[in-house]
Design a binder for this molecule. Structure first.
Ligand code: NAP
Length: 293
């Protein structure tokens, strides 16, 4: 079979990770290339930790336009870059690299992914009293979005409470919002929370019967928004129970799509409008659901 879509002018982009076979990123980026009429291709590259320095140097030498970076390379890639943008420095992790005239620049679009998720629904995070569940990589992006939006108060509840404390110590000198670390067990007793954001793996595929909060929490709090970074399953037990209590529920699919769209905005030096982002998410949702069936 001859694929005539690719020519001598085709620009190459990709994602590096270990493992990488199950990534959804090629679907996101190749859909965007098609929609904007860009002669480009996006492909996964399996890169081990040992191979990371050679992969970055090689990608630069090959004239690759950009790479997304996923586990386990998001932090270890930083010393291999020539510069780091503001948000990647804030979060201390890189998910997007732009190669430009010998420069290798690191970005983090996970924060934008969270911001777009709420903005696209007309929801503001400003002045909210939030409960953030989890203190790992996804929590880092979510808390930065909350802090940038000037949330009023952010409780960070984590099984390992030291990690929640470390997040507070790193970020509270830079922002105005009040940050209160606590254990996951004691989060169940909180009152006055209007926004819940889950970034723990509880509820994820293989743990679908689990949830980070008891159902009674939603009886004791008037939760308006419940976000779960998980999108497999599409609706976690947490989201189901929050929805039953009347909260607006959002899963992590748009965070995934919009962090990808934000990487394209960096690579293609463009800005997508709301309509474009909305239809991208809708089309990819259909595609993702079919792939899962
Ligand atoms: P991570 O860095 O490994 O953090 C995992 C978090 O889950 C930690 O807070 C951890 O607590 C907690 N956790 C794990 N097992 C637990 C248990 N049995 N009981 C209580 N807490 C537990 O992972 P991550 O990268 O942040 O990812 C977290 C979730 O977000 C995953 O489900 C992932 O699929 C999702 N995610 C979604 C997106 C998106 O674009 N939508 C992006 C990234 C991640 P400890 O600190 O105590 O271990």
């Amino acid at each position: 079979m001859l694929n005539t879509d690719f020519t001598g002018k085709t620009k190459v982009y990709g994602v590096i990770g270990d493992p990488i076979a199950h990534t959804f990123s090629p679907e996101i980026h190749n859909s965007i290339f098609k929609a904007i009429g860009k002669n480009a291709v996006y492909t996964p590259f399996h890169v081990t930790p040992k191979g990371l320095p050679a992969a970055i140097k090689g990608a630069s030498a090959l004239g690759i336009g950009g790479l997304n970076v996923t586990l386990p390379h998001k932090i270890n890639v930083i010393p291999l870059l020539t510069s780091l943008d503001k948000e990647a420095a804030l979060i201390g992790a890189v998910n997007t690299i732009k190669f430009s005239e010998g420069e290798i620049i690191g970005f983090n679009t996970d924060i934008i992914g969270v911001e777009y998720t709420f903005k696209m629904r007309g929801l503001s995070l400003n002045d909210r009293t939030c409960l953030l569940l989890g203190a790992g990589g996804a929590a880092d992006a979510v808390i930065c979005a909350l802090l940038k939006a000037k949330a009023k108060k952010i409780y960070i509840a984590n099984r390992t409470v030291e990690k929640a404390k470390a997040l507070k110590e790193r970020l509270s000198p830079l922002f105005e919002s009040e940050i209160i670390p606590l254990s996951l067990a004691s989060a169940a007793e909180l009152k006055g929370i209007d926004t819940v954001l889950n970034t723990t793996t509880l509820g994820f595929e293989g743990k679908t019967d689990l949830t980070p909060l008891p159902k009674a929490f939603f009886k004791n709090n008037s939760v308006e928004i419940c976000f779960d970074a998980i999108y497999t399953p599409w609706q976690t037990r947490l989201l189901k129970e929050a929805e039953q209590s009347g909260a607006s529920c959002i899963n992590g699919f748009d965070m995934l799509i919009y962090q990808g769209a934000a990487a394209e905005e960096i690579w293609q030096n463009t800005k997508f409008d709301k309509e474009f982002l909305k239809s991208l998410s809708l089309n990819l949702k259909e595609f993702y659901k079919k792939r899962k069936e």
